[in-house]
Design a protein around this ligand. Structure first.
Ligand SMILES: C[S@@+](CC[C@H](N)C(=O)[O-])C[C@H]1O[C@@H](n2cnc3c(N)ncnc32)[C@H](O)[C@@H]1O
Length: 141
């Protein structure tokens, strides 16, 4: 198996009234025209789950299910996984210098950000085409 290098390009900042991604100085040129997009995909490092135990996790029980089911980690959004990579689609509210203000994100304050990509129409799947296992059906409502 191969291993690969990734670099932190920014970090998540959660404040009382706002939430933003602060891009590190060497990468700010890469933000050109990002403000023209309404939504972005944020790829982040699930930093506090970067442990041998969390990385060895292959079976998980997703929380908050009325009938808990054990499932493979790749069938889940568990933060404990072989590569602790988090992916979140967020609404881009405004851009100020090296700060991308967003509506919300499920990453904690100071979480390292690895990449940002614009959300494009081809990324969305009509709700009627989404197939889910029965234990996730309630998420469609
Ligand atoms: C279930 S994961 C899903 C992440 C992402 N939406 C995804 O699908 O890849 C989100 C949870 O990870 C946890 N979390 C967020 N930032 C973290 C960090 N830096 N280290 C460890 N856990 C974190 C929080 O409990 C959050 O609710």
């Amino acid at each position: 198996m191969s291993s690969f290098n990734v670099y932190q390009i920014g970090e998540v900042k959660i404040e009382q009234d706002s939430c933003y991604i602060e891009i590190c100085a060497p990468y700010t040129l890469g933000l050109q025209h990002i403000e023209k997009f309404g939504h972005i995909i944020v790829m982040w490092w699930i930093s506090m789950r970067d442990t041998p135990k969390d990385r060895a996790t292959l079976l998980v029980t997703p929380p908050r299910l009325s009938n808990p089911v054990e499932t493979g980690v790749f069938s889940s959004r568990s933060p404990s996984r072989p590569n602790p990579i988090g992916l979140t689609k967020v609404k881009l509210l405004k851009v100020e210098n090296n700060r991308l203000y967003i509506d919300r994100i499920d990453a904690l304050d100071d979480t390292p950000v690895l990449d940002i990509k614009p959300y494009l129409p081809g990324d969305s799947v009509p709700l009627s085409d989404i197939r889910l296992p029965e234990w996730f059906e309630s998420l469609k409502d």
